[in-house]
Design a protein around this ligand. Structure first.
Ligand SMILES: [Zn+2]
Ligand SMILES: [Zn+2]
Length: 297
């Protein structure tokens, strides 16, 4: 532990108290983690089940509030597109996503544990230091966003769009559940960007713990579902953190079918001029013009 922090903690009773609560919480979670792996009795099954349950709970748990908002219309003034999604469409999407989760995504989910062993991802009951945790999650966000930008752009190329990516564009006005509504090849390619980032990091730099990977996957699910929510609020993250993409950015991609290819951030689309005209016009203070605008002239 940092010596400056230790001396601050000793001098400041509030910092000292928070530090002791934090340490006790981590110790409790570590013992819970150890007991879970011992209870299942197989590391392969324990990791696979953990990923499967967390994926399902977070995916549908995070999509539910958006569905409730759509049905109750209590925040309809914040809907980006004035389009009602019938229950039949939501139900069809739900069925397709469930099939994808249990038939396609279950395979890599249960194949993750052996890969952890190959690249050296730690899953012991010794949780990572906060600095590794924060640095790595930040890095995973930028790594995945770069992967997503280029592969998503490629998926908009002629035959790739026609035979693969068109499925994800079925809904011009997206809703939360559509985040993972995609062709199996697209699920595999975009999924590789999400899990590939920690695998690459662990292989080259080490010190990656499974807890960091799980937290990253949960945050990535929140990002993807929220980007498809169809809602833009005055308190949406990109108002305070302008590089963040959010629903405002991705909804335009579904509406116009081209442009805004990134997942979490805006910099690739801005720098490479692939923002949709409506997104680019919001940057009038930077006098940016989308190449999509120029092509139109
Ligand atoms: Zn697309
Ligand atoms: Zn989408």
């Amino acid at each position: 532990m940092n010596s400056t922090f230790v001396s601050q903690a000793a001098a400041n009773p509030v910092i000292g108290y928070l530090d002791s609560v934090g340490t006790a919480s981590v110790l409790y979670l570590e013992s819970l983690w150890a007991r879970y792996y011992a209870w299942v009795g197989s590391d392969f099954l324990a990791t696979g089940l953990l990923f499967l349950v967390i994926h399902e709970v977070v995916y549908f748990g995070r999509s539910l509030p958006w569905y409730i908002l759509d049905r109750t219309k209590i925040l309809k003034n914040y809907k980006i597109q004035d389009k009602e999604i019938p229950d039949s469409e939501q139900l069809q999407c739900l069925k397709d996503v469930l099939i994808s989760h249990f038939v396609i995504e279950a395979i890599p989910i249960f194949g993750f544990q052996p890969i952890c062993n190959i690249v050296g991802i730690d899953y012991s009951a010794n949780f990572p230091a906060l600095k590794y945790f924060l640095i790595q999650i930040t890095a995973f966000f930028f790594m995945e966003d770069t992967w997503h930008y280029w592969f998503h752009r490629l998926l908009h190329y002629g035959p790739f769009y026609k035979h693969i990516h068109k499925q994800h564009h079925k809904y011009a006005a997206p809703f939360g559940l559509t985040a993972e509504y995609a062709h199996p090849i697209e699920v595999a390619v975009t999924g590789l960007g999400t899990v590939g980032s920690p695998l690459l990091w662990s292989y080259f730099f080490g010190h990656v713990h499974l807890v960091t990977v799980i937290t990253w996957v949960v945050l990535r699910l929140f990002q993807a579902i929220d980007a498809h929510s169809g809602y833009e609020f005055p308190w949406s993250l990109h108002h305070f953190f302008p590089i963040w993409a959010g629903a405002d950015h991705h909804d335009d991609h579904h509406k116009f079918f081209v442009g805004n290819y990134s997942s979490s951030f805006r910099h690739w689309d801005y720098v490479l001029g692939t923002e949709t005209p409506s997104t680019a016009r919001k940057h009038t203070f930077l006098k940016n013009t989308s190449v999509l605008d120029k092509k139109k002239k």
